[in-house]
Design a protein around this ligand. Structure first.
Ligand SMILES: NC(=O)c1ccc[n+]([C@@H]2O[C@H](COP(=O)([O-])OP(=O)(O)OC[C@H]3O[C@@H](n4cnc5c(N)ncnc54)[C@H](O)[C@@H]3O)[C@@H](O)[C@H]2O)c1
Length: 397
């Protein structure tokens, strides 16, 4: 059993608590910190916490606390992490790790110097669908991964601080792109170096300084390409979709809307439907078990087991730092309109990779371009002559 201090009693703190204390879980939130004591007290009542406080350090240093879970606004992550280092408490923190790469790097260095367990709470690489897809990718079912795309769009976040560029550190690229980048990076391979980013971003709808819509491309050293599509202006709920394309296969994932459950109601007895749902009448797309389907259960299982077994979890502060570094390059590219390099002062993956060959031998004289069975029963081959470069089609009987 692990005893947890939850820092933050808001939106994500409550999702985390529902996951940690859901089902027959043996872990327990023993201390809750919120900025306002009244909110900490309410959370303590709701989740049966023995201790509540509006003093962050008191929650972290509490003698009954084994691990600290940071569920605070982006501008407070660093202070919270530094206090965990001071008190040598294992720490897991929500996304994004920092508001930028420099902040994330300071946090990474601090936890490693303090020698404390550190986990990065990127729930969307723990969804049941992602985990299944990831296994298939790792087993080679898709061959060499060429392109991975992830999309998170919704009508915008739920608290004031997200909309303040200073407190949040950015707009939808930072808030939603961090998920998409880690999803696509995982499919491509976390040991493959992200080298350059090209990004379009704009403020199309909201009266804010940050971007509310963006599309970005991330080039990896082995020639693979990652793509993110993010928006705070999308209408129709929360759209979470991933696509992976490899030389041998394809995966399409729809995590949230249109997951196989469709429901119609006139609105009688209307209630909560799903995160960021815009309507609770008419045709609706509920999510079976939101806490599980968003990855929180698998994520905390991985984090807490790793602490108990003295292992590194699937996602660490290092991953959060790489994501922040990619986002920094995206913001730069959106301004310069150029491919911008990803600046990684710390890189622990492979170096010096190049693109794999696209030449597949058919026989001594030809490369194979493709083969296809036609509707009229002929099996056709398209070949390319190795010497002349000429293309030829052959029909196999
Ligand atoms: N899927 C996800 O992983 C996911 C989803 C939503 C939010 N988040 C992240 O969780 C963090 C918190 O977001 P949220 O949606 O829970 O926010 P929220 O506004 O709902 O809650 C924030 C909590 O932090 C506390 N707090 C402490 N110091 C504060 C300060 N200086 N300013 C404002 N609040 C302060 C508040 O009391 C509140 O309990 C953010 O980093 C956000 O990016 C992650």
């Amino acid at each position: 059993m692990l005893r947890i201090a939850m820092l933050g009693s808001g939106f994500i703190g409550r999702f985390y608590a529902d996951s940690i204390q859901g089902q027959r879980s043996k872990d327990k939130i023993v201390s809750i910190y919120a900025r306002k004591e009244v909110n900490a007290k309410k959370f303590a009542e709701d989740y049966g916490c023995e201790h509540y406080t509006s003093n962050m350090e008191e929650a972290i240093a509490h003698p009954n606390v084994d691990v600290v879970c940071i569920a605070l606004p982006n501008n407070v992550h660093e202070d919270a992490v530094m206090l965990c280092c001071k008190h040598k408490k294992p720490v897991v923190t929500t996304k994004p790790l920092g508001r930028n790469g420099a902040e994330a790097l300071r946090m990474l260095k601090a936890v490693e110097e303090a020698g404390i367990f550190n986990g990065y709470l990127e729930d969307l690489v723990y969804t049941p669908k992602f985990l299944k897809a990831y296994d298939s990718v790792k087993n080679g079912a898709l061959g060499r991964i060429l392109w991975a795309k992830s999309r998170e769009t919704h009508p915008g976040p739920h608290s004031d601080w997200f909309w303040n560029i200073e407190l949040a550190g950015g707009g939808c690229i930072l808030d939603l792109g961090c998920h998409c980048i880690e999803i696509t990076r995982s499919f491509i391979g976390k040991d493959i170096k992200p080298v350059e980013v090209m990004c379009w971003a704009d403020t199309q709808v909201k009266p804010i300084e940050a971007e509310d819509h963006a599309i970005g491309l991330i080039k990896y050293e082995n020639g693979a390409i990652g793509q993110f599509e993010v928006s705070w202006t999308f209408r129709g709920g929360m759209d979470l979709r991933d696509e992976v394309m490899g030389t041998e296969g394809t995966i399409w994932i729809n995590n949230f809307l249109r997951t196989g459950m469709d429901m119609f109601t006139t609105g009688k007895g209307a209630d909560y439907v799903a995160e960021k749902a815009e309507s609770n009448t008419g045709w609706l797309f509920p999510v079976g078990d939101e806490v599980n389907d968003l990855g929180y259960n698998h994520m905390f299982t991985n984090m807490f087991r790793s602490i108990e077994e003295g292992k590194q979890p699937q996602e660490t502060f290092y991953d959060g730092y790489v994501v922040n570094a990619i986002i920094d390059a995206a913001y730069k590219s959106a301004k310069t309109k150029l491919w911008e390099p990803v600046n990684l002062e710390v890189w622990r993956g492979q170096e010096g990779l190049s693109k794999a060959s696209n030449l597949v031998d058919y026989d001594e004289d030809n490369y194979l371009v493709k083969e296809e069975m036609t509707h009229y029963g002929a099996k056709k081959l398209i070949l390319k002559n190795k010497k002349t470069g000429a293309f030829e089609e052959r029909i196999l009987e």
